[in-house]
Write a protein that binds this ligand. Structure first.
Ligand SMILES: Cc1cc2nc3c(=O)[nH]c(=O)nc-3n(C[C@H](O)[C@H](O)[C@H](O)COP(=O)(O)OP(=O)(O)OC[C@H]3O[C@@H](n4cnc5c(N)ncnc54)[C@H](O)[C@@H]3O)c2cc1C
Length: 494
């Protein structure tokens, strides 16, 4: 690469940070422009009154992907942060009074599944063995191998993987029902779909690989929270020569003969290439002139967006036993909640939600004698979240937590902040206030996600969760690798 070839990366989520590292490593002059006051995108933090909260991702899953990312630069995660394997992985409180812990102990899990359904333990073994095979096939053929064009799918490896692939085009709901009759076992094996922005009836069965991720690969916590992973990417990028500019919202990307001019709140930047990690719809609809957009407004209107979220970050006095580091609270019939996200958008009457208490594992994220806790309720994108609704929902949620976990937080809150649909839209320029981007429905998976190369603006690329492989920190790190490869391939060919 010629030393003076330059690229501006718009947005500093994991996709942007990863792309920046790969491109700087290849010799480009890289500048990252970030709208907000902190880098890291959805993985921002709130620090106040001795409490520290990861605002977005909190599950460190697929450690193999992080290892692969750092290994490309001759490094490893341990050079930057320590990891603790969590046991239990998480606890689930069902709203009928029952509760279970998903642990590292396979024997214990076998017995747990047997307790709910005769032969449930054997079904779990078979289900997890199959999901391990699916994971290996999917990672090798569809995650680590980029297949942006139809012709990339016509190859021997894909043919070999095809029988598995075809079998996995049905829904997760039907797939899991082949193994488990008991509704709670179905919930345990499917809750992770919420991470992908989907519901059991609209997510392809392929995503049973998440059970291998969860049960077999394990759940980890990076010391000091997910922010440590952002800091690691930043440190690596700085070593490679990446420049980062915060408070630099991009307002226009102009593709002129001889390169791009990028207008931002921090001034005008010239570059040979632009990579956007900002919300794809925002980039296309608001930053590009009409003739350089690949999609019209109708296209974006017709997409299925992943849920938004109602988040409460709470600093509380005392301990919060029996909550685990990760806790899920699930109604025994959760269809109503999914309906109120995807079909009849409304604030969930009987929510399924997630509670995260990092202070259970890490003494440095809350003052002594206190806990830091955040509650996350997936809600429909575009939902009205005015002050009165939020106040009402806060009361509903605190009551629900007390009723179903036995932890009454109501008189113990000493710090509180909420974040919901309108903040996702404002803070991240997120379409419809979605927390995660495009849901992984069948029609929005693999080749059917928007491309990483713009076909309407040569030299413009996309990265992050809207592209392949998709949502989640590990996937966004991989998207950075693929986007950098595409740009470097094109640059080499030019
Ligand atoms: C509440 C929540 C919980 C999650 N939990 C997990 C989890 O536990 N584990 C996991 O792996 N994943 C989780 N995820 C998903 C994961 O965080 C995301 O998929 C990933 O971080 C998205 O990265 P990205 O590269 O797509 O960019 P984003 O993080 O979306 O960042 C895009 C950046 O672009 C910036 N930007 C937008 N417009 C402009 C502009 N005009 N100019 C300049 N900058 C701009 C935004 O400010 C933002 O910083 C969670 C997400 C959320 C929201």
């Amino acid at each position: 690469m010629s030393a003076d070839e330059s690229v501006v990366v718009v947005g500093s989520g994991f996709g942007g940070l990863s792309t920046a590292c790969y491109l700087a490593d290849a010799g480009l002059d890289v500048t990252v422009l970030e709208k907000n006051e902190q880098l890291g995108g959805r993985a921002s933090v709130i620090e106040a009154e001795g409490f520290k909260f990861d605002m977005g991702p909190s599950w460190y899953l697929m450690p193999d992907v992080f290892e692969r990312f750092f290994a490309h630069f001759g490094r490893e995660p341990g050079d930057f942060y320590d990891l603790e394997r969590l046991d239990p992985h998480y606890r689930i409180f069902f709203k009928d009074g029952d509760s279970v812990a998903v642990t590292d102990d396979r024997e214990e899990m076998h017995e747990l599944f047997d307790a709910y359904q005769p032969g449930g333990g054997d079904a779990l073994e078979e289900y997890l063995d199959t999901s391990e095979t699916h994971y290996e096939v999917a990672m090798e053929n569809f995650v680590y191998t980029d297949r942006p064009r139809l012709r990339d799918w016509v190859d021997l490896d894909v043919m070999r993987a095809a029988p598995i692939g075809l079998q996995l085009l049905g829904t997760m709901d039907d797939y899991v029902a082949d193994y488990f009759d008991h509704p709670k076992l179905r919930q345990i094996t499917q809750y992770s779909l919420v991470f992908l922005g989907g519901a059991p009836n609209n997510t392809p069965a392929l995503y049973n690989i998440m059970s291998h991720v969860d049960f077999n690969l394990g759940v980890y916590y990076p010391e000091n929270g997910m922010r440590s992973v952002v800091d690691a990417c930043l440190e690596l990028g700085e070593e490679l020569g990446v420049d980062y500019v915060t408070d630099a919202e991009v307002t226009e990307i102009l593709n002129r003969t001889g390169g791009f001019t990028v207008d931002s709140a921090a001034g005008e930047f010239e570059a040979d290439y632009v990579v956007s990690d900002a919300d794809y719809a925002h980039t296309e609809q608001e930053l590009l002139p009409e003739h350089e957009r690949q999609y019209d407004a109708e296209y974006w209107e017709s997409r299925t967006y992943a849920p938004s979220a109602y988040l409460m970050y709470l600093g509380v006095e005392g301990d919060v036993e029996p909550l685990a580091h990760h806790t899920l609270v699930l109604p025994t019939d959760w269809d109503g909640h999914f309906e109120q996200i995807f079909e009849e958008p409304a604030w969930p009457d009987d929510p399924a939600y997630y509670l995260c208490v990092p202070s259970k594992t890490d003494d440095d994220v809350a003052p002594e004698g206190h806990s830091n806790l955040f509650a996350l309720v997936p809600v429909a994108p575009d939902l009205e979240d005015d002050e009165a609704t939020r106040r009402r929902y806060r009361e509903l949620l605190l009551e629900d937590i007390a009723d179903n976990t036995g932890v009454d937080l109501r008189d113990r809150v000493v710090f509180e902040e909420t974040f919901a649909v309108s903040e996702f839209a404002d803070r991240y320029n997120s379409r419809a206030g979605t927390a995660l981007g495009l849901a992984h429905t069948l029609r929005q998976t693999a080749l059917l996600r928007p491309p990483r190369r713009s076909s309407a603006s040569p030299g413009l690329y996309f990265t992050g969760s809207y592209t392949t492989p998709g949502i989640g920190v590990p996937m966004c790190l991989v998207s950075g690798e693929h986007t950098a490869e595409s740009l470097l391939d094109d640059a080499g060919a030019a």
